[in-house]
Design a protein around this ligand. Sequence first.
Ligand code: PNS
Length: 162
Amino acid sequence: MKSAVYPGSFDPVTYGHIDIIKRAARMFDQVTVAVLDNKAKTALFSVEERVRMLQKVTEDIPNVRVDSFNGLLVNYAARENLHVAIRGLRAVTDFEYELQIAQTNRLLSKGALDTIFLTTSLQYAYLSSSSVKEIAMFDGDISMCVPPYIEEKIREKLKAGR
Ligand code: PNS
């Protein structure tokens, strides 16, 4: 069985992420979307909330499962017997950072974890979770960035924090 892990912060999941998940799900028998539980970074949504939101927006893709991890991706991947990581590349600006992570992961895992890059669909090339949060914070329109369910969750969260 060909499996892959798609790791990320997903704070929150956007149409750009969903596009990558759908395309990866067509290439692999199983795709594990793995949410990083990074205590050092302040997130808008808790890991549990992010996992639930990802589960909801991927519920119609049977070969996708959602999980969370903390610590190094290579250790999580080894525990789960996953040997391919998927990452999306939006523009050249992503490349240096992504290349560094991919090389580090290959080195740390002694070659057990390779990374495959999918180029983001053009309509999502400038989309990021941080810009979605910023637009929403100033009551801008995020309907082209996230599904209605996620938009509702963002609005609820921002309202609660005001
Ligand atoms: O969505 P993001 O924040 O760009 O995802 C980054 C992520 C989660 C893929 C990356 O930070 C990661 O894998 N972190 C886990 C810690 C780790 O394994 N670091 C070693 C590679 S430098």
